[in-house]
Design a protein around this ligand. Structure first.
Ligand code: GAL
Length: 956
């Protein structure tokens, strides 16, 4: 119960760090709210807040307060998940890089680990504490637990370790000390019954898997049904809570791309798998992800690329997928079905075929155990993967006795990959629906009338029956082409039969029944004008129903005017169902609408979308400057300021085959490109060099002897560690001084999903090496390395610790706006370079996008088919918003949000190009493209600080 009212927590996951434009949080939260959700769950990424032990920062995009404030404005409750471990396909699963050189096992009660996270947990804990609902903020739950505490999915524990109760206790104590008083939850990786002593135990489920390559293929038994039994066994006194239910999938290098994931986890998936969860009376339901966002900078683990779109309901560019609209039907239904909150499934695994007599179907009867009246019948395909249509008649237990429906003849139908929720004795205002096979979208009592919206697939036969207390009224169609059949039933009831085609409105007694096909149903929005006080935007009173528009964000009522805020992608027709007194006039995005009234009292209006043309720069036509970003292979280059790799011991438990440690993490470099230099004096016998080097999946490396390119490993989607042999082109003169330069990728640290596995400590760097040749071989006299300038004492506090890597250009800050490139030569990334190496490119362009629209932009590259071995990074106003690997893919379009792009002024685009082939490379094409155009009620976007280059003392 929140504020005394029982509700379902219908929530979606977002990661604020994957959307660094803080003024954009409100847009995303409003979009989530507009689906009928009331909560959002979010992770906090420890690694970006404490990149150096003790240097804890919530500066810039890392400040959480804008998210808390946006949640209050949108009317969305928050579930905070501060880690310390999060997984989330982030580098190190959220752990800071310095964890790799801190002694002791992590995710255990090892004292060094407890000490490691304490400062962070205290800081983030107190920020969350200040924003708890008990303090006037939006936070209702925090993920961890009392007495012994579970952080994220501490269910998987590496043998021989077992659940570490001392660690749980300590972490919980820390959160408690920080002032957390709202209920503490945990998410078991499966309903496994670990850590049940939290306030609200819950679990995760990703039943349709992560292989998006065959998006139409499901496993026949993919739909889990044992969760209810597990709930009864584990925590029957709690809400049945799912803290992560699959909302999409992550995709990795060389993967299928997110559009396919959005199909595998599309509207059909939502209908079948989510409704299955409702059939188990789930009342805390969080969908992971609802908006995935971007792995900009070095956020990702090696198994992911720049996009973290996730195939979620809200795409990375913030546009809405069909699955968004499907989810809106479900969330809105549950939001007006209080009987569901006290319901119980009656026949999990039992008698499921008996309700229809059709073995291809299974039915779960879910009854309200408190109100003792309402029932929900979930009719599903027995084989989840089938595409076959089944017909059925359904046996119901109702307040007027047992019925077999449809009552007016014919039969009901269920498509493959579909599930229906048929209600029985369902209250909608003063109306009781005896039953309805048409699924309920929403209902509202407006000006004394009960407005009920039902829907089905186009052309499906359905029935809705009403229970009347007095005389049975006659139903009549007041709008639309649909036909209805009606039949009086026992006990003063009336059944209507119809097909769901288009939109038909039926008046029956005090009820306006909207009969909708799915496409029409998708167009409806249910809004609640704010009341007063700090929680005004959380109101669920005084519903207003609006049909039309791409998105309706909110409504406000003032002096008889209904002000609608929303987004339009074309001229849109509206039907508005609102109390007369609060809709004497109506505005959309501030523009008054001219209204007409339907015979049944609702309002009609039309609005053209205001979609001004914008001119986008043609990137290839701009003036570009270029400079060499691999001066390291120049004989005159001095690496005097580089870090000397001289550690002879390490606490990192991984096996090592070198005398000095050659793992970048041990020297404080945890992200982006890493460069190594091996100085040696030739013996005259060496013929080559071989090495075993590790960078994470899809990494690459290139090797030079002095200025001579020896070769590269160009990477593939599976290889994270590589053994390579590089022959020297000619014999070296004995006693001559040489240097090997190795440029490698750091694709992020592995996650640490198995507690106590320490898998995030897998090193990035050289595991072993040797010279080749017969006779006396040389010794490396000095190994040196560099990554990002400053390492853990990173330079760019605005863009955080993971944004820049170790390329010369990055160390110098060439990627930043305002760097003086006037002495550089001319050259474009689409012209590229003709030898292996790294070059940097810069250009500026203006954008002038008017207010009142939302026009997301992407940077789009096309695949080069000659000289294919290269990788590029794209910096927009200094933020690394794309890492493109031409020979691996799959990502070619890189959404860049407004606020990183300056939509009203100058922008700097910088590109690093690493050609890993002897004949060089160029980017085939590069363009800025609009991915959508809507007139928008979006709140003005404020640019993130696009801080300019300042001198970098000591940069090398
Ligand atoms: C879960 C984990 C999340 C995320 C998800 C897959 O097990 O808790 O953080 O990694 O898997 O996207």
């Amino acid at each position: 119960m929140i504020h005394g009212k029982r509700l379902m927590v219908f929530s979606g996951e977002i990661h604020p760090y994957r959307m660094p434009v803080q003024s954009m949080h409100l847009d995303i939260l409003q979009k989530i709210k507009a689906m009928g959700f009331n909560a959002v769950s979010f992770y906090v990424f420890w690694g970006i807040h404490e990149p150096k032990h003790g240097d804890i920062s919530f500066e810039g995009f890392r400040d959480l307060q804008p998210l808390f404030d946006a949640a209050m404005k949108a009317g969305i409750y928050l579930i905070a998940r501060p880690g310390p471990y999060i997984n989330a396909e982030t580098s190190g699963g959220g752990f800071p890089g310095w964890g790799t050189h801190t002694p002791g096992l992590w995710r255990t009660s090892n004292a060094t680990y407890l000490e490691a996270y304490e400062g962070y947990i205290q800081t983030v804990g107190s920020l969350i504490a200040k924003n708890q609902i008990t303090k006037g903020g939006p936070v209702i739950l925090v993920q961890a637990r009392f007495h012994f505490c579970a952080e994220n999915e501490y269910s998987g524990v590496q043998e021989p370790y077992t659940e570490d109760f001392e660690y749980h206790r300590r972490l919980l104590q820390s959160l408690h000390d920080a002032g957390i008083t709202v209920p503490i939850t945990t998410n078991d990786a499966w309903p496994g019954g670990h850590f049940t002593s939290v306030d609200i135990y819950g679990y995760d489920s990703y039943p349709n898997g992560f292989d998006c390559s065959n998006p139409y293929t499901w496993k026949s038994d993919a739909v889990p049904e044992y969760f209810w039994g597990a709930h009864l066994e584990i925590n029957p006194e709690d809400p049945n809570a799912i803290f992560e239910f699959q909302g999409g999938a992550f995709d990795g290098w060389g993967g299928s791309g997110y559009e396919k994931c959005s199909v595998l986890l599309g509207p059909e998936f939502e209908r079948v798998f989510y409704k299955n969860q409702y059939a188990m009376s789930t009342t805390i339901f969080n969908i992971y992800m609802i908006f995935g966002g971007t792995n900009w900078g070095g956020i990702s683990h090696p198994g992911g690329y720049t996009s973290y779109d996730y195939g979620a309901a809200i795409a990375e560019d913030r546009t809405l997928r069909e699955k968004y609209y499907e989810l809106k039907l479900q969330a809105n239904f549950l939001a007006v079905s209080p009987a569901y909150l006290t319901s119980r499934p009656m026949n999990i695994f039992a008698t499921q075929g008996s309700f229809t007599g059709n073995a291809a179907l299974k039915t779960t009867q879910v009854l309200d155990a408190v109100g003792n009246k309402t029932g929900f019948y979930f009719v599903r395909q027995t084989d989840a993967s089938t595409n076959a249509v089944q017909t059925y008649q359904l046996k119901l237990t109702t307040s007027i006795g047992d019925l077999t429906i449809p009552m007016i003849g014919g039969s009901l139908a269920l498509n493959g990959k579909d599930t229906k929720i048929h209600v029985v004795d369902y209250t909608a205002g003063s109306t009781t629906l005896l039953y309805s096979t048409g699924e309920i979208l929403t209902w509202a009592t407006i000006d004394g009338k009960d407005v009920i919206l039902v829907y089905g697939n186009a052309g499906e036969l359905h029935e809705t029956a009403f229970k009347f207390s007095g005389k049975i009224p006659v139903a009549k169609v007041v709008s639309g082409n649909g036909e209805i059949k009606q039949k009086a039933l026992a006990g003063g009831s009336l059944a209507l039969q119809y097909t769901t085609t288009g939109q038909t409105v039926v008046q029956v007694g005090n009820v306006l029944l909207y009969i909708l096909d799915r496409t029409n149903a998708y167009e409806f929005w249910v809004l609640h004008p704010p009341t007063t006080g700090p929680y005004a935007r959380f109101s669920t009173d005084n519903p207003v129903i609006v049909k039309g528009g791409y998105l309706v964000r909110s409504v406000d009522v003032s002096r008889g005017t209904l002000a609608i805020s929303g987004d339009l992608n074309k001229t849109s027709s509206f039907e508005i169902i609102a109390p007369t007194a609060s809709s004497r006039s109506v505005t959309f995005n501030g523009v008054p609408l001219s209204l007409s009234r339907t015979p049944y009292g609702t309002l009609l209006a039309k609005k053209a979308a205001n979609l001004p043309v914008v001119n986008l720069p043609e990137l290839s036509a701009l003036k570009w400057k270029t400079a060499d970003s691999l001066p390291e292979i120049n004989p005159k280059y001095s690496d005097a300021k580089w870090t000397i790799a001289d550690h002879t011991t390490t606490v990192n438990p991984n096996p090592r085959g070198t005398s000095v440690v050659l793992w970048a993490g041990d020297y404080g470099y945890h992200t982006g490109n890493i460069l190594w230099r091996a100085h040696f004096s030739a013996s005259g016998s060496e013929t080559g060099f071989s090495l075993d080097i590790q960078g994470g999946t899809a990494f690459a490396y290139s090797v030079w002897l002095d200025s001579t390119y020896l070769g590269s490993w160009v990477g593939d989607s599976l290889t994270g560690e590589h053994q390579g042999t590089y022959n020297f082109p000619s014999f070296l003169k004995a006693g001559s001084a040489h240097v090997l330069t190795i440029l490698q990728d750091h694709m992020g640290y592995e996650g640490d999903w198995w507690a106590a596995s320490d898998s995030f400590k897998q090193p990035r760097g050289i595991r072993s090496y040797s010279f080749l040749g017969k006779g006396v071989l040389p010794q490396v006299t000095t190994w040196k390395l560099t990554g990002n300038l400053g390492g853990e004492s990173y330079v760019d506090r605005t863009r955080g610790p993971l944004n820049e890597g170790g390329l010369f250009g990055e160390r110098q800050g060439w990627h930043l706006p305002g760097f003086d490139d006037s002495r550089w030569g001319s050259g474009k990334p689409t012209e590229g370079i003709s030898a292996a190496g790294v070059s940097f490119y810069r250009t500026n362009f203006n954008l002038n996008v008017p207010k009142g629209v939302d026009y997301p932009l992407s940077l789009v590259v096309s695949n080069s088919t000659t000289n294919i071995y290269y990788r590029a990074q794209f910096y927009i106003n200094g933020y690394q918003y794309g890492k493109y690997v031409n020979n691996i893919g799959p990502q070619k379009a890189f959404p860049v949000p407004q606020g990183i792009l300056n939509y009203n002024g100058v922008n700097t685009l910088a590109v690093s190009l690493w050609a890993a082939g002897a004949t060089g490379a160029k980017i085939n094409s590069l363009a800025l493209q609009l991915t959508s155009k809507v007139e928008s009620g979006i709140t003005a976007i404020v640019n993130q600080p696009l801080t300019a280059w300042i001198p970098r003392p000591g940069a090398y």
